[in-house]
Design a protein around this ligand. Structure first.
Ligand code: IMP
Ligand code: MG
Length: 184
């Protein structure tokens, strides 16, 4: 375990097992429509999207959306902004938006509003993690990897001030490692 962590919440093995199960479920759910357009919310959803995609057995199109949400600390912004949007045309397509974590729901709300305005055939949302305790707006993911307690987590794509995204597991950051003076 990385020394800045208090504990591991989801191991690499648990992620792998769950990601395969989700990919199987998604492949079944979209089997009839035959093709899927995945929209990854970067940077956080990068690892989850890459791993999920390679276990999906249908033809997949991929695009990314960049949303500003956290700055260099652990509190969310209420109005996330889309700072880089889609290149693909998603009109009449079956869209699955993928994010790392569904927390307050502000990002979900902003992104799904944008997606729906582009008139896809269907639009669903997948999140690797969900913190139900922190929901501030109504938001429901169609696919969820793990329900986790209200603690700030990092790893497997999730960062704190751009650190720790490369850890292969998900863990809770030690309190004394949040806002270290050398990062300001
Ligand atoms: P929401 O808008 O509050 O639902 O938060 C969604 C975004 O906030 C996610 O895509 C993450 O980038 C970030 N986020 C929320 N909780 C955490 C956390 O515990 N660790 C790291 N990033 C988080
Ligand atoms: Mg994110």
């Amino acid at each position: 375990m990385h020394e800045d962590l208090e504990k591991i919440v989801v191991t690499a093995e648990q992620i792998d097992t769950r990601v395969r199960a989700l990919a199987a479920e998604i492949s079944r759910d979209y089997a009839e429509v035959g093709e899927l357009t995945i929209i990854a919310i970067i940077n956080g959803a990068l690892m989850f999207t890459a791993d999920l995609m390679r276990h999906i057995t249908l033809p997949v199109r991929l695009d990314c959306m960049r949303v500003s949400s956290y700055r260099d600390d652990t509190s969310p912004v209420q109005k996330p902004q889309i700072i880089d949007t889609l290149r693909l045309d998603i009109r009449d397509r079956h869209v699955l938006v993928i994010d790392d974590i569904l927390d307050t729901g502000f990002t979900f709300e902003r992104v799904m509003r944008e997606i729906r305005s582009l008139r896809p055939a269907t639009a669903r949302f997948a999140a690797l993690l969900e913190k139900k305790a922190r929901r501030a707006v109504s938001a429901r993911a169609d696919y969820v990897g793990f329900d986790i307690p209200d603690e700030f987590v990092i790893g497997y794509g999730l960062d704190f001030a751009e650190h720790y995204r490369n850890l292969p597991y998900i863990g809770v950051l030690r309190a004394d490692c949040q806002n270290p003076p050398e990062w300001s």
